[in-house]
Design a protein around this ligand. Structure first.
Ligand code: AHR
Length: 308
């Protein structure tokens, strides 16, 4: 009848399992642990053979992992890149070997977008904007100046760059808002706590709002704030990103005021993309998971649904 069926145009799957080499950037946060589990689980369910390497936050180690995947002649390589820059040379090596690459979670900065097939990951800029919109609502009736502290993630990483930008772009233009402190705390609980301790030592009660680029740093900051003798969520408004169970518990207790969701469960999308690449299908250049925000009112209900 002249109408071609999409499924008849694709290659059959090979009889041996697809081999996917995945370079995970590290295990710095609960989000990351959930992300790793999601990918391992989805691979197992789909019968995809996963070669997994944890780079412990080192880009160099990620390069080594990719090189070893090339040597092992895997079918597809996936990378969750620790920082945004510096990927061009290694991606060219994968391209020269004829191995397709999927970028997962964090975006990269490359001139030649043909170096990867698709990028599966959240819209971090939009997450920063959601945090900024809440900040505007929450501080509407507060007397100025409103001192802001910011716990940024890993320097040069796309979530840190884009969340910071989205937040600033949304709140800019108000002379009452003052960034008192802003520093990198590597998305970890310990660094979040240590950095917030320093912020408080330097600025104390001048800090009215904390924007933490992830939950682990926010949880560390909560301990620092309590140690200092202030009430998190009351004396200092706390806005965080991710939506881990521990953060939703704090939200339910009123110690965090808003959690912007960042979805770590990218495994099914990633494994599907790898499979479709092998079948010769054309994928969209960008795949964005659905995400929402969690308010204090929602926390009680949501916390029970949380698996990570
Ligand atoms: O790239 C996603 C971010 O990385 C998550 O927000 C954070 O928790 C993780 O470490």
């Amino acid at each position: 009848d002249g109408i071609s069926d999409r499924d008849t145009d694709v290659d059959p799957l090979p009889s041996s399992p697809i081999v996917l080499g995945f370079s995970q950037l590290g295990s710095e946060s609960d989000w990351r642990v959930a992300n790793t589990e999601s990918i391992k689980g989805a691979a197992q369910e789909a019968g995809v053979e996963l070669k997994f390497e944890n780079a412990e936050s080192s880009q160099q180690k990620q390069f080594e992992a990719v090189r070893s995947f090339i040597q092992q002649k895997v079918d597809v390589i996936a990378i969750a890149p620790v920082i945004q820059s510096g990927w061009e040379p290694i991606l060219k090596e994968a391209k020269a070997a004829g191995i397709p690459v999927i970028i997962s979670d964090r975006s990269i900065d490359v001139q030649d977008s043909s170096l990867y097939v698709t990028f599966i990951g959240a819209d971090f800029y939009e997450e920063g904007r959601k945090a900024g919109k809440y900040f505007l609502d929450k501080t509407r009736d507060m007397a100025g100046p409103i001192g802001i502290a910011e716990l940024k993630g890993t320097e040069g990483s796309s979530p840190s760059i884009e969340r910071g930008k989205g937040f600033r772009d949304t709140i800019e233009g108000h002379s009452d808002f003052v960034f008192l402190e802003s520093d990198f705390a590597d998305f970890t609980f310990e660094k979040g706590k240590e950095t917030m301790r320093r912020f408080l030592k330097e600025r104390g009660k001048e800090i009215k709002v904390l924007f933490a680029h992830n939950d682990d740093m926010a949880l560390g900051a909560i301990e620092a704030i309590e140690e200092y003798g202030l009430k998190p969520g009351k004396d200092i408004v706390i806005i965080s990103v991710d939506g881990t169970r521990k953060a939703l518990e704090m939200l339910a207790l009123g110690k965090i005021n808003l959690v912007v969701e960042c979805n770590p469960l990218l495994g099914p999308n990633l494994i599907q993309a790898a499979t479709e690449i092998i079948q010769g299908r054309t994928l969209p250049k960008r795949i964005v998971p659905a995400e929402s925000v969690f308010t204090e009112q929602m926390a009680e209900r949501e916390v029970h649904n949380r698996k990570y």
